[in-house]
Every structure is written in structure tokens, then in C-alpha cells.
Design a protein around this ligand. Structure first.
Ligand SMILES: *[C@@H]1O[C@H](CO)[C@@H](O)[C@H](O)[C@H]1NC(C)=O
Ligand SMILES: *[C@@H]1O[C@H](CO)[C@@H](O)[C@H](O)[C@H]1NC(C)=O
Ligand SMILES: *[C@@H]1O[C@H](CO)[C@@H](O)[C@H](O)[C@H]1NC(C)=O
Ligand SMILES: *[C@@H]1O[C@H](CO)[C@@H](O)[C@H](O)[C@H]1NC(C)=O
Ligand SMILES: *[C@@H]1O[C@H](CO)[C@@H](O)[C@H](O)[C@H]1NC(C)=O
Ligand SMILES: *[C@@H]1O[C@H](CO)[C@@H](O)[C@H](O)[C@H]1NC(C)=O
Ligand SMILES: CC(=O)N[C@H]1CO[C@H](CO)[C@@H](O)[C@@H]1O
Length: 382
């Protein structure tokens, strides 16, 4: 045992000086040196919990946070700044989807309909199209985290049942999100990453399978044509005052220890909107999301916040604005996946387009929830 370990360490010591810029020898630059930073965007309100691709559901005065990891951990709190308490896991054993990595699903999205909770989760491996989106349900969500039943795969890509069917044969079944048509009540699963970007399929009424497994009636939501790399993933969809908002993350999410991507190519949060849940979605400039469009809502800022993404939106009401939440890296803390933390900001809508607000106390920012008249904004800034 010891001899093997020592030989292994010795060989590492001999190899690493020769292998150039291995992650461990790469100096951590200040991220502000390598990417476009802005001081226009507000800093995040700190969620004070380590998470990648956070998912939050408000239920009976508690925020429940679902995250990727062993059996999908569930945390809860009454204040988005924490402290968070772990209250259980979604899965009581490995996912029933017969795949590698099924003990540690990624990027869950949990919704509630008619008192039942549906947790859609991804099973995959980094950089692989051999992926599945599964679903588990519970009729409670409480201080024990609920009592969940795993129903297995909703869709699969790469390998497995129906993965040969278009568009599963060209897409990647990760990063699920969910939306219900405001008029018809029909529900849809959005998914996808890199392989032909983000797609949408109608779900059956019980929300456990796609409506038509042989002919899924899929719609593509985003696409970057004429570019080999298609770094769009992590879809989210929200509805507000007649518009569906298709949100997504664009750029490189992780693995920065080997070096940073070119300026502006790190993760950021983009959006487009449509009057139809099925699209087509346009950004604020009128560019189609299917043609590389997307309005940036949140990005690296102040040389402090790097590569925010993996977002969701908590719907507000007449007295509380919508909340955009996401993970971000803190450049003074580090760039490892495990160092990503929850951040969040209230949103206001400027001409129907979401804009992030500064601050944690909505009573003091209440004035800026409404569009500030230009003359007033000028007065304030003087
Ligand atoms: C949440 O916590 C923050 C920071 O501790 C505090 O400023 C804020 O007032 C709290 N909000 C509520 C609604 O309790
Ligand atoms: C997936 O599982 C493989 C084999 O168990 C492991 O080597 C790999 O690190 C896992 N990948 C992720 C992203 O969890
Ligand atoms: C995916 O399936 C469609 C429909 O069967 C087929 O036309 C297409 O060639 C397939 N694409 C790939 C990459 O297999
Ligand atoms: C919830 O209830 C509505 C109205 O009864 C029904 O149309 C819908 O299918 C139900 N949803 C689920 C997931 O059972
Ligand atoms: C608005 O949502 C907040 C939680 O974010 C809740 O406490 C409040 O009761 C809601 N108000 C109305 C009018 O529904
Ligand atoms: C980043 O980390 C520094 C050092 O711990 C801390 O002072 C700062 O508030 C953090 N910023 C954010 C946005 O998390
Ligand atoms: C059936 C239903 O909920 N309709 C709503 C759809 O959205 C509009 C605009 O937000 C509402 O006014 C309707 O009540």
C-alpha cells in the first residue's frame, strides 16, 4: 500500500515539472485581468451556501434549495441569505436510471402542481452526450425534505430507450427546466446543453413522461449557427404579463484552473422572450435566440464576481419583485466548482425586459422597482 502510494507520488513529482501548465502549477490570475468586467451590474446578494446550478422553490414560507450531488441534497431556510439547513435528499438510493454517475445527479429543477412536487434531475458525465433526465415525486415538502418516489427517465440521449429518436439523437438530456402554458395549462420540459443547444418537448398530463415518445413535437429554443462550440445550457423559463422568458447560461462554466477563456467567453446569464411558450424567442434587440441572440442580464462584475450562471427565477407578486438566483465564483476565493456559491438579486422590468437590482432590502430599493424617470436618475447620479 505505502510503497505503491510513494511510488505514485514520486512519479507525480517527476512528471509535473515537465508537463507545463498543469492545473496545480498554473498561477491563479486575477480574473479581472482576463475578462470583460463591468461595474454597472450590482454585486450579488450572498446566499451563503456552496452550490452549482442552484434550484429554489418557495413553499409554505421556506425556500427549499435542491442541488446536484449525492442523491440530490435538499436544504431550506426562511431567508435567502441563509443560514441553510439540510433537510434530506430527493433520492433514498441511486437513481433507477441504469447509468454511471446515477448516485450524483446534476442540476435538478423542482416544481409543484396540485400539491405534488416533481424533481427533474440529470444523470450524465462531464462532456458526454450519454445523458438522461429523470423525475422523482413527493406529496410533501417539509422539515424532513419530503418522501420521494423515483420514476426514472423522462428522456435519454446518446444511449438508451428512444435515444435514437429526433431530436434526442442530436441533443444532450441535461439541465431540465419546466413551464406551463398560461392559457392551456399544458406543461413542457426544456433541456439541453452544447449539442444543438436548448430544446423543449411537451409533457404528458401526469408530468412523468413526454407526451408522445415516438414523435415528441420538439421545438428548438436556442442555437448558435456557424460556430462549432455552442456554449448554451442551463435553461429556465418564466412567465410574466403575457410573455414567456427563455433564460439560459452562455459561455464556459467551469474548469478555470487550467486557464481562463477569452474575455467575454466565461459564463453569463442571457434571456429572450416570446408571447408563445413554444417560441420563437427574441432578445431585446430583436435578434432570434435561434440565431445566436440573447440579452445579457447578469455577468462577471467588479473584478469580484466571475462566471455567474446556472440560474433560476422566483416569481414575485404585487408586493415582492421577482428574484434572479444563480451560482457565481468569487475571484478572491477561487475558481473550483466546489467554490461556486449562491447569489441572488431582485429584478425590475424595464419595458418588459428584466434588469437586476442592487440590494437586499426591498423596502429601500422599492423606488427602483419601478422604472426611474430619466430626469430623476440624472438628478440622483449628480
Ligand atoms: C435576511 O437576512 C439579512 C441578512 O442577515 C437581513 O438583512 C434581512 O433583513 C433578512 N430578511 C428578512 C426578511 O428577515
Ligand atoms: C462520473 O463517474 C465516473 C466513474 O464513476 C467518475 O470517474 C467521474 O468523475 C464522474 N463524473 C462526474 C462529473 O461526477
Ligand atoms: C436523427 O434522426 C433523424 C430522424 O430520424 C435523422 O434524419 C437524422 O439523420 C438523425 N441524426 C443523427 C445525427 O443521427
Ligand atoms: C392538476 O389539476 C388540474 C385541474 O384539475 C389538472 O388539469 C392537471 O392535470 C393536474 N396536474 C397534474 C400534474 O396532475
Ligand atoms: C408575496 O410573496 C411573499 C413571499 O415572497 C409572501 O410573503 C407574500 O405573502 C406574498 N404576497 C401576496 C400578496 O401574495
Ligand atoms: C468575495 O470574497 C471576499 C473575501 O472573502 C469577501 O470580502 C467578499 O464579500 C466576497 N464577495 C462576494 C460577492 O461574495
Ligand atoms: C388562465 C390564466 O391563468 N390566465 C392568465 C394568463 O396570463 C395573463 C397575463 O399575465 C393573466 O391576466 C391571465 O389571468
Amino acid at each position: 500500500m505505502h510503497l505503491t502510494t510513494n511510488l505514485w507520488l514520486l512519479s507525480l513529482m517527476l512528471i509535473s515539472p515537465l508537463s507545463g501548465a498543469t492545473p496545480s502549477t498554473q498561477p491563479i490570475h486575477k480574473a479581472s485581468q482576463v475578462y470583460d468586467t463591468t461595474d454597472q451590474l450590482p454585486l450579488p446578494n450572498k446566499g451563503n451556501i456552496a452550490v452549482h446550478d442552484p434550484n429554489i422553490l418557495l413553499w409554505e414560507n421556506y425556500y427549499y434549495l435542491f442541488k446536484g450531488g449525492f442523491h440530490i441534497p435538499i436544504f431550506r431556510t426562511q431567508n435567502l441569505t441563509g443560514p441553510w439547513e439540510q433537510v434530506g435528499t430527493v433520492l433514498s438510493q441511486d437513481s433507477i436510471i441504469d447509468m454511471k454517475n446515477r448516485s450524483r445527479p446534476w442540476a435538478p429543477t423542482t416544481i409543484q402542481q396540485n400539491g405534488t412536487f416533481y424533481c427533474y434531475y440529470s444523470v450524465s458525465q462531464s462532456g458526454s452526450q450519454d445523458s438522461a433526465i429523470g423525475v422523482a415525486t413527493s406529496t410533501s415538502l417539509d422539515s424532513n425534505g419530503g418522501k420521494w418516489t423515483d420514476h426514472g427517465a423522462v428522456i435519454r440521449t446518446g444511449k438508451g430507450t428512444d435515444s435514437h429518436i429526433w431530436p434526442y439523437n442530436i441533443t444532450n438530456a441535461i439541465d431540465p427546466s419546466f413551464i406551463t402554458d398560461n392559457e392551456t395549462g399544458a406543461s413542457y420540459l426544456n433541456f439541453g446543453s452544447f449539442w444543438h443547444d436548448i430544446w423543449q418537448v411537451p409533457l404528458s398530463e401526469n408530468l412523468l413522461s413526454v407526451q408522445d415518445s415516438d414523435a415528441p413535437d420538439a421545438k428548438q429554443l436556442t442555437f448558435i449557427p456557424e460556430q462549432k462550440q455552442k456554449p448554451e445550457e442551463g435553461s429556465w423559463m418564466s412567465f410574466r404579463e403575457g410573455y414567456y422568458y427563455a433564460w439560459f447560461s452562455h459561455g464556459q462554466c467551469c474548469q478555470f484552473r487550467g486557464g481562463f477563456p477569452a474575455r467575454g467567453h466565461e459564463y453569463d446569464i442571457r434571456v429572450g422572450r416570446s408571447e408563445s411558450v413554444r417560441g420563437p424567442f427574441l432578445d431585446r434587440h430583436g435578434d432570434k435566440l435561434l440565431d445566436g441572440g440573447g440579452t445579457i442580464v447578469y455577468a462577471s462584475n467588479h473584478g469580484e464576481v466571475y462566471a455567474p450562471g446556472g440560474l433560476g427565477v422566483l416569481a414575485g407578486n404585487d408586493s415582492v419583485p421577482d428574484i434572479l438566483y444563480y451560482h457565481y465564483l468569487n475571484t478572491t476565493v477561487g475558481f473550483r466548482n466546489g467554490e461556486a456559491h449562491l447569489g441572488w438579486n431582485y429584478l425590475r422590468y424595464d419595458d418588459g425586459w428584466p434588469v437586476v437590482l442592487d440590494g437586499i432590502d426591498i423596502s429601500s430599493s422599492a423606488g427602483s422597482i419601478l422604472p426611474v424617470p430619466r430626469w430623476l436618475a440624472l438628478t440622483i447620479s449628480m
